[in-house]
Design a protein around this ligand. Structure first.
Ligand SMILES: [Zn+2]
Length: 233
């Protein structure tokens, strides 16, 4: 095996490991995130409390209208009983009945408004519940997918760890130091494959003598242009 082969393979393993680790971090963040679900729950909570408030308001108005009707009935019975003969008292009683009727009319209008608002709030609650159900199903499905992906990637990361250990054992300590330094300097790409005479690190053509030299694999040859270790494949 050439000197660059294990380095080239090590780089592939390192790149994949980094990619997997990044994705695992994203998954960990997404698994804890229930922002969307909480928003949908809040909407249902809001719709429920609005409906409860309107129902209570409706109930109170209903009681008020019944109470007023009872009062009106009592006063009218009194008025038409023939027991009130004093004209002033009769006049007062008539005024009071008229005033109570006006008040009841106002309350009946309020009740009607509250009924319409309640119906709207009921519909809004049904909508919010449907949205919550949908969001919740989607969320659960996505969470399950993420858990599966997480397990798969953790297994893959373990495999890559074993591969890395085995490859590092095949690389000399000096080459390993060079590789690590270049990876830091060259955006993670220390070893550049040479395909059809072109360095895949910088897309330039290294001189053919250099490619020839790299092909023998006895020592590390660096690209004249980008400074990466050339690995002829
Ligand atoms: Zn290059």
């Amino acid at each position: 095996m050439s000197r660059t082969q294990p380095l080239y393979e090590l780089q592939q393993v390192d790149i994949e490991s980094e990619h997997v680790s990044r994705r695992l971090k994203e998954i960990a963040a997404s698994l804890g995130d229930s922002t969307e679900l909480n928003r949908a729950r809040k909407m249902v909570g809001g719709a429920e409390s609005r409906l409860a408030k309107l129902r209570a308001q409706m109930h109170n108005l209903d009681l008020e209208v019944s109470g007023l009707s009872q009062k009106i009935e009592t006063n009218e019975q009194h008025l038409y009983s023939g027991r009130v003969t004093n004209p002033k008292e009769l006049g007062n009683l008539q005024d009071e009945v008229a005033s109570l009727k006006r008040w009841r009319e106002k309350k009946e209008e309020d009740l009607l408004e509250a009924m319409v608002a309640t119906e709207e709030a009921e519909a809004a609650l049904v909508d919010a519940q449907a949205i919550l159900l949908q969001v919740s199903e989607t969320w659960q499905g996505r969470q399950a997918d993420l858990v599966d992906e997480q397990a798969r990637l953790q297994t893959r990361l373990e495999e890559l760890g074993i591969q890395r250990a085995s490859l590092r054992a095949k690389v000399g300590p000096q080459d390993l130091t060079t590789y690590q330094r270049l990876r830091q300097q060259k955006a993670g790409l220390a070893v550049a494959a040479v395909k059809e005479g072109i360095c895949q690190g910088c897309r330039m053509n290294p001189p053919s003598s250099q490619v020839q030299h790299a092909r023998s694999g006895n020592e590390l040859v660096f690209c004249n242009n980008c400074g990466r270790i050339l690995h002829v494949i």
